[in-house]
Write a protein that binds this ligand. Sequence first.
Ligand SMILES: Cc1cc2nc3c(=O)[nH]c(=O)nc-3n(C[C@H](O)[C@H](O)[C@H](O)COP(=O)(O)O)c2cc1C
Length: 468
Amino acid sequence: MTSSEPKPRKKQVILAAGFPHGSPWIAWSDPESRSQIDFSSISYAAQAAEAGKFDFFMLAEALRQREHKGEFYDLEISGRHHGLTVLTALAAVTDHIGLVTTSSSTYNEPYELARQLSTLDHLSGGRAGWNIVTTSDPQSGVNFRRGGYLPHEQRYERAREFVAAARTLWDSWPVEAVVGGQESGRFRGDPAAGSYRHRGGQFDISGRFSLPTSPQRYPLLIQAGDSADGRQFAIDTVDVVFSMYADPQAGRAFHADIRARAIAAGRDPRSIRILPGSQCILGDSVADARERSRVIARQQITPQNAIARLEQVWGRDLSGYDPDGPVPPVLASDEPGAPRYAGYTAGGRQPPAIAREWYERAQRKGLTIRELIIDVTLRHTFLGTPSQVAEQIDEAVQSDAADGYVLTGHTTSVGLDEFVKTVVPELQERGVFRTEYTGTTLRENLGLPAPAGPAPAGWEEPGEPDRG
Ligand SMILES: Cc1cc2nc3c(=O)[nH]c(=O)nc-3n(C[C@H](O)[C@H](O)[C@H](O)COP(=O)(O)O)c2cc1C
Protein backbone atom coordinates (compact mmCIF):
# COMPACT_ATOMS: atom_id res chain seq x y z
CA MET A 1 0.00 0.00 0.00
CA THR A 2 1.43 3.41 -0.92
CA SER A 3 1.18 6.34 1.50
CA SER A 4 -1.37 8.07 -0.77
CA GLU A 5 -3.85 5.19 -0.45
CA PRO A 6 -6.53 5.66 2.18
CA LYS A 7 -6.11 3.54 5.29
CA PRO A 8 -8.61 0.67 5.48
CA ARG A 9 -11.51 1.54 7.74
CA LYS A 10 -11.10 0.04 11.18
CA LYS A 11 -13.62 -2.40 12.58
CA GLN A 12 -16.28 -0.41 14.43
CA VAL A 13 -17.00 -1.02 18.10
CA ILE A 14 -20.52 -2.05 19.12
CA LEU A 15 -21.70 -0.78 22.50
CA ALA A 16 -24.77 -1.86 24.42
CA ALA A 17 -25.93 -0.78 27.87
CA GLY A 18 -27.10 -3.59 30.14
CA PHE A 19 -29.72 -2.84 32.78
CA PRO A 20 -30.16 -3.14 35.72
CA HIS A 21 -26.58 -2.16 36.23
CA GLY A 22 -24.29 -3.90 38.57
CA SER A 23 -22.23 -6.99 38.76
CA PRO A 24 -22.61 -9.21 40.46
CA TRP A 25 -25.65 -8.58 42.63
CA ILE A 26 -25.97 -5.66 44.97
CA ALA A 27 -25.37 -2.58 42.86
CA TRP A 28 -28.56 -1.20 44.41
CA SER A 29 -26.80 -0.97 47.79
CA ASP A 30 -24.38 1.70 46.55
CA PRO A 31 -25.50 5.14 47.84
CA GLU A 32 -25.06 6.55 44.32
CA SER A 33 -27.39 3.97 42.75
CA ARG A 34 -30.85 4.96 41.66
CA SER A 35 -33.91 2.74 41.49
CA GLN A 36 -34.20 -0.14 39.00
CA ILE A 37 -37.97 0.15 39.37
CA ASP A 38 -38.89 3.85 38.90
CA PHE A 39 -39.41 4.69 35.26
CA SER A 40 -37.52 8.00 35.61
CA SER A 41 -34.42 6.11 36.59
CA ILE A 42 -34.73 3.57 33.74
CA SER A 43 -35.45 6.24 31.14
CA TYR A 44 -32.48 8.24 32.45
CA ALA A 45 -30.20 5.25 31.80
CA ALA A 46 -31.61 4.62 28.31
CA GLN A 47 -31.38 8.29 27.32
CA ALA A 48 -27.81 8.51 28.65
CA ALA A 49 -26.86 5.50 26.51
CA GLU A 50 -28.56 7.10 23.52
CA ALA A 51 -26.68 10.36 24.13
CA GLY A 52 -23.54 8.20 24.00
CA LYS A 53 -24.73 6.76 20.64
CA PHE A 54 -24.88 3.24 22.04
CA ASP A 55 -26.27 0.60 19.70
CA PHE A 56 -28.80 -0.77 22.14
CA PHE A 57 -30.20 -0.79 25.64
CA MET A 58 -30.76 -4.28 27.01
CA LEU A 59 -32.80 -5.54 29.93
CA ALA A 60 -31.88 -8.78 31.67
CA GLU A 61 -34.64 -11.08 32.88
CA ALA A 62 -35.27 -13.00 36.08
CA LEU A 63 -38.65 -14.68 36.16
CA ARG A 64 -38.65 -15.40 39.83
CA GLN A 65 -37.23 -13.93 42.97
CA ARG A 66 -34.91 -16.69 44.00
CA GLU A 67 -34.86 -18.52 47.28
CA HIS A 68 -31.94 -19.53 49.36
CA LYS A 69 -32.21 -21.84 52.33
CA GLY A 70 -35.98 -21.42 52.32
CA GLU A 71 -35.92 -17.62 52.33
CA PHE A 72 -36.08 -14.84 49.79
CA TYR A 73 -32.61 -14.52 48.31
CA ASP A 74 -32.05 -10.81 48.63
CA LEU A 75 -28.35 -10.58 47.83
CA GLU A 76 -28.94 -9.82 44.18
CA ILE A 77 -31.20 -7.55 42.16
CA SER A 78 -34.63 -7.76 43.74
CA GLY A 79 -37.63 -6.38 41.93
CA ARG A 80 -37.57 -6.44 38.17
CA HIS A 81 -40.13 -5.25 35.67
CA HIS A 82 -41.43 -7.15 32.72
CA GLY A 83 -38.89 -6.24 30.03
CA LEU A 84 -41.14 -5.75 27.01
CA THR A 85 -43.49 -3.49 28.93
CA VAL A 86 -40.61 -1.23 29.99
CA LEU A 87 -39.16 -1.14 26.47
CA THR A 88 -42.50 -0.14 24.99
CA ALA A 89 -42.51 2.85 27.34
CA LEU A 90 -38.88 3.61 26.44
CA ALA A 91 -39.78 3.61 22.73
CA ALA A 92 -41.74 6.80 23.43
CA VAL A 93 -38.86 8.66 25.09
CA THR A 94 -35.97 7.59 22.80
CA ASP A 95 -35.46 7.97 19.04
CA HIS A 96 -32.49 5.92 17.88
CA ILE A 97 -31.22 3.42 20.39
CA GLY A 98 -32.12 -0.27 19.99
CA LEU A 99 -34.42 -1.74 22.65
CA VAL A 100 -33.59 -5.32 23.57
CA THR A 101 -35.54 -7.51 25.93
CA THR A 102 -34.33 -10.74 27.46
CA SER A 103 -37.17 -13.25 27.20
CA SER A 104 -37.22 -16.94 27.93
CA SER A 105 -37.97 -19.46 25.20
CA THR A 106 -38.72 -22.02 27.90
CA TYR A 107 -41.58 -20.24 29.63
CA ASN A 108 -43.25 -18.18 26.89
CA GLU A 109 -45.49 -19.10 23.98
CA PRO A 110 -44.45 -18.22 20.40
CA TYR A 111 -47.69 -16.53 19.37
CA GLU A 112 -47.78 -14.23 22.37
CA LEU A 113 -44.10 -13.27 22.40
CA ALA A 114 -43.89 -12.87 18.59
CA ARG A 115 -46.83 -10.49 18.77
CA GLN A 116 -45.31 -8.44 21.63
CA LEU A 117 -41.97 -8.18 19.84
CA SER A 118 -43.68 -7.22 16.60
CA THR A 119 -45.58 -4.49 18.46
CA LEU A 120 -42.31 -3.16 19.92
CA ASP A 121 -40.70 -3.18 16.47
CA HIS A 122 -43.64 -1.30 14.97
CA LEU A 123 -43.91 1.25 17.79
CA SER A 124 -40.17 1.93 17.93
CA GLY A 125 -39.73 2.19 14.15
CA GLY A 126 -37.57 -0.94 13.87
CA ARG A 127 -35.53 -0.87 17.07
CA ALA A 128 -36.63 -4.12 18.75
CA GLY A 129 -34.31 -6.93 19.80
CA TRP A 130 -34.79 -10.23 21.60
CA ASN A 131 -32.12 -11.79 23.78
CA ILE A 132 -33.22 -15.42 23.78
CA VAL A 133 -32.53 -17.20 27.05
CA THR A 134 -33.45 -20.74 27.99
CA THR A 135 -33.61 -19.93 31.73
CA SER A 136 -31.34 -22.10 33.83
CA ASP A 137 -33.03 -21.35 37.15
CA PRO A 138 -34.87 -24.54 38.21
CA GLN A 139 -37.20 -22.58 40.47
CA SER A 140 -38.77 -20.49 37.70
CA GLY A 141 -40.86 -23.37 36.33
CA VAL A 142 -43.31 -23.48 39.21
CA ASN A 143 -44.54 -20.01 38.26
CA PHE A 144 -45.79 -21.35 34.95
CA ARG A 145 -48.36 -23.83 33.91
CA ARG A 146 -45.53 -26.07 32.77
CA GLY A 147 -45.01 -26.49 36.50
CA GLY A 148 -41.54 -27.90 36.17
CA TYR A 149 -38.22 -27.69 34.52
CA LEU A 150 -37.11 -28.93 31.11
CA PRO A 151 -33.88 -30.90 30.84
CA HIS A 152 -31.01 -28.94 29.26
CA GLU A 153 -31.19 -30.38 25.72
CA GLN A 154 -34.97 -30.04 25.58
CA ARG A 155 -34.67 -26.36 26.46
CA TYR A 156 -32.62 -25.82 23.30
CA GLU A 157 -34.96 -28.01 21.25
CA ARG A 158 -37.82 -25.79 22.39
CA ALA A 159 -35.78 -22.63 21.72
CA ARG A 160 -35.09 -23.68 18.12
CA GLU A 161 -38.67 -24.46 17.42
CA PHE A 162 -39.82 -21.33 19.22
CA VAL A 163 -37.77 -19.12 16.90
CA ALA A 164 -38.89 -21.07 13.82
CA ALA A 165 -42.53 -20.60 14.84
CA ALA A 166 -41.99 -16.90 15.59
CA ARG A 167 -40.43 -16.39 12.13
CA THR A 168 -43.42 -18.08 10.52
CA LEU A 169 -45.67 -15.64 12.35
CA TRP A 170 -43.58 -12.57 11.52
CA ASP A 171 -43.62 -13.54 7.83
CA SER A 172 -47.29 -14.42 7.68
CA TRP A 173 -48.66 -11.01 6.84
CA PRO A 174 -46.74 -9.28 4.01
CA VAL A 175 -46.61 -5.51 4.13
CA GLU A 176 -48.28 -5.14 0.76
CA ALA A 177 -51.34 -6.95 2.07
CA VAL A 178 -52.12 -3.86 4.15
CA VAL A 179 -54.51 -1.71 2.24
CA GLY A 180 -56.28 0.14 5.01
CA GLY A 181 -58.43 1.53 2.24
CA GLN A 182 -61.32 3.73 3.14
CA GLU A 183 -62.31 3.49 -0.49
CA SER A 184 -61.93 -0.26 -0.71
CA GLY A 185 -63.54 -0.74 2.66
CA ARG A 186 -60.98 -3.44 3.49
CA PHE A 187 -57.91 -3.41 5.68
CA ARG A 188 -56.20 -6.44 4.14
CA GLY A 189 -55.75 -6.58 0.38
CA ASP A 190 -55.04 -10.30 0.58
CA PRO A 191 -57.78 -12.04 2.54
CA ALA A 192 -55.30 -14.82 3.48
CA ALA A 193 -52.81 -12.38 5.08
CA GLY A 194 -51.73 -13.55 8.51
CA SER A 195 -52.65 -17.20 7.91
CA TYR A 196 -50.05 -19.47 9.35
CA ARG A 197 -49.47 -23.01 10.51
CA HIS A 198 -46.57 -24.32 12.56
CA ARG A 199 -46.38 -27.98 13.38
CA GLY A 200 -43.51 -29.49 15.37
CA GLY A 201 -42.62 -31.56 18.39
CA GLN A 202 -42.99 -28.58 20.77
CA PHE A 203 -45.77 -26.51 19.20
CA ASP A 204 -48.70 -27.26 16.96
CA ILE A 205 -50.34 -23.92 16.26
CA SER A 206 -52.31 -22.39 13.42
CA GLY A 207 -54.54 -19.42 12.78
CA ARG A 208 -54.15 -15.78 11.81
CA PHE A 209 -51.35 -13.55 13.06
CA SER A 210 -52.62 -10.17 14.13
CA LEU A 211 -49.92 -7.83 12.79
CA PRO A 212 -48.31 -7.06 9.45
CA THR A 213 -44.54 -7.49 9.01
CA SER A 214 -42.69 -4.99 11.18
CA PRO A 215 -39.92 -2.59 10.03
CA GLN A 216 -37.07 -5.03 10.71
CA ARG A 217 -39.07 -8.07 9.60
CA TYR A 218 -37.58 -9.92 12.59
CA PRO A 219 -36.33 -8.22 15.77
CA LEU A 220 -32.58 -8.43 16.24
CA LEU A 221 -31.99 -11.94 17.63
CA ILE A 222 -29.43 -12.42 20.38
CA GLN A 223 -28.50 -15.57 22.27
CA ALA A 224 -27.12 -15.96 25.78
CA GLY A 225 -26.04 -19.47 26.70
CA ASP A 226 -22.61 -20.99 26.74
CA SER A 227 -22.88 -24.79 26.39
CA ALA A 228 -22.12 -26.60 23.11
CA ASP A 229 -25.90 -26.77 22.50
CA GLY A 230 -26.22 -23.06 23.24
CA ARG A 231 -23.39 -22.12 20.87
CA GLN A 232 -24.80 -24.30 18.08
CA PHE A 233 -28.23 -22.77 18.58
CA ALA A 234 -26.60 -19.34 18.20
CA ILE A 235 -24.90 -20.31 14.93
CA ASP A 236 -28.11 -21.68 13.47
CA THR A 237 -30.40 -18.92 14.67
CA VAL A 238 -29.19 -15.51 15.82
CA ASP A 239 -27.43 -12.29 14.81
CA VAL A 240 -25.57 -11.61 18.06
CA VAL A 241 -24.04 -13.77 20.80
CA PHE A 242 -24.05 -12.28 24.29
CA SER A 243 -21.07 -13.99 25.90
CA MET A 244 -19.37 -14.09 29.27
CA TYR A 245 -15.82 -13.91 27.85
CA ALA A 246 -14.88 -10.33 28.55
CA ASP A 247 -11.21 -11.10 29.17
CA PRO A 248 -9.52 -10.50 25.77
CA GLN A 249 -7.63 -13.81 25.73
CA ALA A 250 -10.73 -15.85 26.61
CA GLY A 251 -12.70 -13.68 24.17
CA ARG A 252 -10.37 -14.59 21.29
CA ALA A 253 -10.74 -18.31 22.06
CA PHE A 254 -14.53 -17.93 22.16
CA HIS A 255 -14.50 -15.94 18.91
CA ALA A 256 -12.40 -18.68 17.24
CA ASP A 257 -14.84 -21.35 18.42
CA ILE A 258 -17.89 -19.45 17.09
CA ARG A 259 -16.09 -18.78 13.82
CA ALA A 260 -15.18 -22.48 13.37
CA ARG A 261 -18.73 -23.53 14.18
CA ALA A 262 -20.15 -21.01 11.71
CA ILE A 263 -17.85 -22.16 8.91
CA ALA A 264 -18.70 -25.81 9.64
CA ALA A 265 -22.40 -24.91 9.42
CA GLY A 266 -21.93 -23.01 6.14
CA ARG A 267 -22.61 -19.60 7.69
CA ASP A 268 -20.52 -16.50 7.02
CA PRO A 269 -18.89 -15.86 10.44
CA ARG A 270 -18.92 -12.11 9.77
CA SER A 271 -22.70 -12.18 9.99
CA ILE A 272 -22.49 -12.95 13.73
CA ARG A 273 -21.56 -10.31 16.29
CA ILE A 274 -20.07 -11.33 19.63
CA LEU A 275 -20.64 -9.06 22.61
CA PRO A 276 -19.32 -10.08 26.05
CA GLY A 277 -20.77 -8.52 29.18
CA SER A 278 -18.17 -6.24 30.74
CA GLN A 279 -17.45 -3.36 33.09
CA CYS A 280 -14.93 -0.53 32.75
CA ILE A 281 -13.37 1.06 35.81
CA LEU A 282 -11.97 4.51 35.21
CA GLY A 283 -9.34 6.33 37.23
CA ASP A 284 -6.45 8.81 37.02
CA SER A 285 -4.11 5.94 36.15
CA VAL A 286 -4.21 2.17 35.79
CA ALA A 287 -3.11 1.82 39.42
CA ASP A 288 -5.86 4.19 40.57
CA ALA A 289 -8.50 2.30 38.53
CA ARG A 290 -7.21 -1.01 39.91
CA GLU A 291 -7.61 0.28 43.46
CA ARG A 292 -11.12 1.52 42.64
CA SER A 293 -11.94 -1.90 41.20
CA ARG A 294 -10.72 -3.56 44.41
CA VAL A 295 -12.88 -1.27 46.56
CA ILE A 296 -15.98 -1.85 44.40
CA ALA A 297 -15.40 -5.62 44.42
CA ARG A 298 -15.24 -5.76 48.22
CA GLN A 299 -18.23 -3.45 48.54
CA GLN A 300 -20.37 -5.60 46.26
CA ILE A 301 -19.13 -9.04 47.25
CA THR A 302 -19.67 -8.91 50.95
CA PRO A 303 -18.65 -11.77 53.26
CA GLN A 304 -22.33 -12.72 53.40
CA ASN A 305 -22.93 -12.99 49.68
CA ALA A 306 -19.57 -14.69 49.06
CA ILE A 307 -20.72 -17.52 51.36
CA ALA A 308 -24.21 -17.55 49.78
CA ARG A 309 -22.80 -17.93 46.27
CA LEU A 310 -20.50 -20.72 47.39
CA GLU A 311 -23.46 -22.47 49.02
CA GLN A 312 -25.39 -22.31 45.74
CA VAL A 313 -22.59 -24.12 43.97
CA TRP A 314 -21.51 -26.47 46.78
CA GLY A 315 -25.19 -27.29 47.49
CA ARG A 316 -24.79 -27.28 51.26
CA ASP A 317 -24.82 -25.03 54.28
CA LEU A 318 -21.46 -23.27 54.64
CA SER A 319 -22.47 -20.66 57.20
CA GLY A 320 -19.86 -21.98 59.63
CA TYR A 321 -17.02 -21.15 57.26
CA ASP A 322 -14.87 -18.01 57.41
CA PRO A 323 -15.33 -16.02 54.15
CA ASP A 324 -11.73 -14.85 54.49
CA GLY A 325 -10.53 -18.40 55.05
CA PRO A 326 -9.72 -21.25 52.67
CA VAL A 327 -12.29 -22.69 50.27
CA PRO A 328 -13.69 -25.94 51.70
CA PRO A 329 -13.21 -29.12 49.71
CA VAL A 330 -16.14 -30.36 47.67
CA LEU A 331 -17.61 -33.33 49.46
CA ALA A 332 -19.27 -36.01 47.36
CA SER A 333 -21.80 -37.13 49.96
CA ASP A 334 -24.21 -34.14 49.89
CA GLU A 335 -26.77 -33.83 47.16
CA PRO A 336 -25.42 -31.06 44.94
CA GLY A 337 -27.62 -28.20 43.82
CA ALA A 338 -30.42 -29.22 46.18
CA PRO A 339 -33.51 -27.12 45.45
CA ARG A 340 -33.40 -25.18 48.70
CA TYR A 341 -30.32 -23.43 47.36
CA ALA A 342 -30.73 -20.78 44.69
CA GLY A 343 -28.88 -23.01 42.22
CA TYR A 344 -26.27 -21.95 39.75
CA THR A 345 -25.36 -23.38 36.36
CA ALA A 346 -23.02 -22.16 33.66
CA GLY A 347 -22.04 -23.40 30.22
CA GLY A 348 -24.13 -26.55 30.54
CA ARG A 349 -22.23 -27.47 33.71
CA GLN A 350 -24.14 -28.27 36.84
CA PRO A 351 -23.06 -27.22 40.35
CA PRO A 352 -20.83 -30.27 41.07
CA ALA A 353 -18.68 -29.64 37.97
CA ILE A 354 -18.52 -25.92 38.70
CA ALA A 355 -17.61 -26.61 42.33
CA ARG A 356 -14.70 -28.82 41.29
CA GLU A 357 -13.48 -26.20 38.82
CA TRP A 358 -13.73 -23.37 41.39
CA TYR A 359 -12.04 -25.45 44.08
CA GLU A 360 -9.09 -26.17 41.77
CA ARG A 361 -8.94 -22.50 40.81
CA ALA A 362 -8.81 -21.43 44.48
CA GLN A 363 -6.05 -23.98 45.16
CA ARG A 364 -4.04 -22.92 42.14
CA LYS A 365 -4.28 -19.17 42.85
CA GLY A 366 -4.27 -19.41 46.65
CA LEU A 367 -7.66 -17.65 47.04
CA THR A 368 -9.91 -17.35 50.08
CA ILE A 369 -13.67 -17.88 49.69
CA ARG A 370 -14.35 -14.19 49.15
CA GLU A 371 -11.39 -13.78 46.80
CA LEU A 372 -12.57 -16.78 44.79
CA ILE A 373 -16.07 -15.32 44.33
CA ILE A 374 -14.56 -12.00 43.29
CA ASP A 375 -12.29 -13.84 40.85
CA VAL A 376 -15.09 -15.82 39.19
CA THR A 377 -17.77 -13.15 39.03
CA LEU A 378 -16.25 -9.71 38.48
CA ARG A 379 -15.98 -8.46 34.91
CA HIS A 380 -13.84 -5.38 35.48
CA THR A 381 -12.19 -5.89 32.12
CA PHE A 382 -10.93 -2.47 31.18
CA LEU A 383 -9.11 -0.34 33.74
CA GLY A 384 -7.33 3.00 33.41
CA THR A 385 -7.81 6.55 32.25
CA PRO A 386 -10.50 7.19 29.62
CA SER A 387 -7.96 7.20 26.81
CA GLN A 388 -6.33 3.99 28.10
CA VAL A 389 -9.73 2.28 28.34
CA ALA A 390 -10.64 3.43 24.82
CA GLU A 391 -7.33 2.03 23.57
CA GLN A 392 -7.92 -1.29 25.36
CA ILE A 393 -11.42 -1.63 23.90
CA ASP A 394 -10.22 -0.70 20.42
CA GLU A 395 -7.38 -3.23 20.59
CA ALA A 396 -9.69 -5.96 21.89
CA VAL A 397 -12.15 -5.38 19.04
CA GLN A 398 -9.48 -5.10 16.33
CA SER A 399 -7.90 -8.36 17.53
CA ASP A 400 -11.27 -10.18 17.48
CA ALA A 401 -11.55 -10.63 21.22
CA ALA A 402 -15.07 -9.27 20.66
CA ASP A 403 -17.10 -7.08 18.31
CA GLY A 404 -18.06 -4.81 21.16
CA TYR A 405 -19.40 -5.05 24.70
CA VAL A 406 -22.57 -5.05 26.72
CA LEU A 407 -21.48 -2.64 29.42
CA THR A 408 -22.93 -2.26 32.87
CA GLY A 409 -21.96 0.29 35.46
CA HIS A 410 -21.33 -0.64 39.06
CA THR A 411 -24.19 1.61 40.13
CA THR A 412 -27.74 1.50 38.81
CA SER A 413 -28.96 4.06 36.31
CA VAL A 414 -26.03 6.51 36.56
CA GLY A 415 -23.27 3.89 36.26
CA LEU A 416 -22.39 4.53 32.61
CA ASP A 417 -22.42 8.34 32.75
CA GLU A 418 -18.68 8.66 33.24
CA PHE A 419 -18.01 6.26 30.36
CA VAL A 420 -20.35 8.18 28.03
CA LYS A 421 -18.78 11.49 28.97
CA THR A 422 -15.14 10.48 28.76
CA VAL A 423 -14.52 7.18 26.91
CA VAL A 424 -17.02 7.56 24.05
CA PRO A 425 -15.31 10.75 22.73
CA GLU A 426 -11.96 8.92 22.84
CA LEU A 427 -13.41 6.02 20.81
CA GLN A 428 -14.87 8.51 18.34
CA GLU A 429 -11.52 10.26 18.11
CA ARG A 430 -9.93 6.90 17.24
CA GLY A 431 -12.47 6.51 14.42
CA VAL A 432 -13.94 3.29 15.80
CA PHE A 433 -17.29 4.51 17.10
CA ARG A 434 -20.11 6.48 15.48
CA THR A 435 -20.61 10.17 16.12
CA GLU A 436 -24.18 10.01 14.83
CA TYR A 437 -26.67 7.24 14.21
CA THR A 438 -26.65 6.52 10.49
CA GLY A 439 -29.32 3.86 10.23
CA THR A 440 -32.95 3.95 11.18
CA THR A 441 -33.34 0.41 12.47
CA LEU A 442 -31.26 -1.48 15.02
CA ARG A 443 -30.12 -3.94 12.33
CA GLU A 444 -28.99 -1.07 10.10
CA ASN A 445 -27.03 0.54 12.93
CA LEU A 446 -25.29 -2.78 13.58
CA GLY A 447 -24.54 -3.19 9.86
CA LEU A 448 -26.15 -6.59 9.84
CA PRO A 449 -27.31 -8.29 6.67
CA ALA A 450 -31.01 -8.66 6.01
CA PRO A 451 -32.65 -11.68 7.65
CA ALA A 452 -32.02 -14.77 5.52
CA GLY A 453 -34.72 -16.62 3.65
CA PRO A 454 -37.37 -15.42 1.27
CA ALA A 455 -38.79 -12.09 2.31
CA PRO A 456 -42.51 -11.60 2.39
CA ALA A 457 -43.86 -9.70 -0.58
CA GLY A 458 -43.53 -5.95 -0.23
CA TRP A 459 -40.73 -6.14 2.32
CA GLU A 460 -37.77 -3.87 1.56
CA GLU A 461 -34.09 -4.66 2.09
CA PRO A 462 -32.50 -2.43 4.75
CA GLY A 463 -29.46 -0.28 3.84
CA GLU A 464 -26.03 -1.68 3.08
CA PRO A 465 -24.03 -3.01 6.03
CA ASP A 466 -21.28 -0.51 6.85
CA ARG A 467 -19.16 -1.53 9.79
CA GLY A 468 -15.71 -1.67 8.25
C1 LIG B 1 -24.03 -13.84 29.18
C2 LIG B 1 -25.27 -14.56 29.64
C3 LIG B 1 -26.38 -13.83 30.07
C4 LIG B 1 -27.55 -14.48 30.50
N1 LIG B 1 -28.63 -13.72 30.90
C5 LIG B 1 -29.76 -14.34 31.34
C6 LIG B 1 -30.89 -13.59 31.80
O1 LIG B 1 -30.89 -12.36 31.82
N2 LIG B 1 -31.98 -14.29 32.21
C7 LIG B 1 -32.03 -15.66 32.21
O2 LIG B 1 -33.05 -16.24 32.60
N3 LIG B 1 -30.97 -16.39 31.81
C8 LIG B 1 -29.84 -15.78 31.38
N4 LIG B 1 -28.77 -16.53 30.95
C9 LIG B 1 -28.87 -18.01 31.07
C10 LIG B 1 -28.99 -18.74 29.75
O3 LIG B 1 -30.12 -18.40 29.01
C11 LIG B 1 -28.99 -20.25 29.94
O4 LIG B 1 -30.20 -20.66 30.52
C12 LIG B 1 -27.87 -20.71 30.82
O5 LIG B 1 -26.64 -20.12 30.47
C13 LIG B 1 -27.73 -22.25 30.68
O6 LIG B 1 -27.53 -22.59 29.34
P1 LIG B 1 -26.09 -23.02 28.82
O7 LIG B 1 -25.82 -24.29 29.53
O8 LIG B 1 -26.19 -23.16 27.34
O9 LIG B 1 -25.13 -21.92 29.22
C14 LIG B 1 -27.60 -15.89 30.52
C15 LIG B 1 -26.48 -16.62 30.09
C16 LIG B 1 -25.33 -15.98 29.65
C17 LIG B 1 -24.14 -16.81 29.20
